[in-house]
Design a protein around this ligand. Structure first.
Ligand SMILES: [Zn+2]
Length: 102
C-alpha cells in the first residue's frame, strides 16, 4: 500500500476523478482506502422506534488504493513518490516533481 491514514490524496480515475481528500481509513485486506469527502453514498436508515423518522446518512465508500495518488504538500499536486530517508533515519516519501520529503 503506497498510502496510509492521514495522507492527502487525489483520485486519478473513476467517477470521483480529480477530487482530493485525506485518507480516513485503510483496509489492507481489501486493498481499499476511505477518503474523507470523496465517493459519498447515501444510506437510508429505517426508523427504529415509533415516532422516529428514518434518516439519510452520507458515508464515504471505499476506493481501491490504486485509484488514488499522493498529493505532495509542497507543490500541492498529485505526484509520483520515491522512497527516501531523512537526516534522522526516518523513512519518508520523496516527491518526484519538487524533491520534497514528506
Ligand atoms: Zn512536490
Amino acid at each position: 500500500m503506497h498510502v496510509k491514514k492521514g495522507d492527502m490524496v487525489q483520485v486519478i480515475t473513476g467517477k470521483c476523478k480529480g477530487q482530493t481528500g485525506k485518507i480516513a481509513a485503510v483496509s489492507l485486506k481489501e486493498g481499499k482506502v476511505i477518503v474523507e469527502g470523496v465517493n459519498i453514498s447515501t444510506k437510508h436508515l429505517k426508523p427504529r422506534q415509533q415516532n422516529t423518522a428514518g434518516s439519510l446518512v452520507k458515508v464515504e465508500s471505499p476506493l481501491y488504493s490504486s485509484k488514488v495518488m499522493l498529493v505532495c504538500p509542497e507543490c500541492n499536486s498529485a505526484t509520483r513518490v520515491g522512497k527516501a530517508v531523512d537526516g534522522s533515519g526516518v523513512k519518508k516519501r520523496k516527491c518526484k516533481k519538487c524533491g520534497n520529503l514528506f
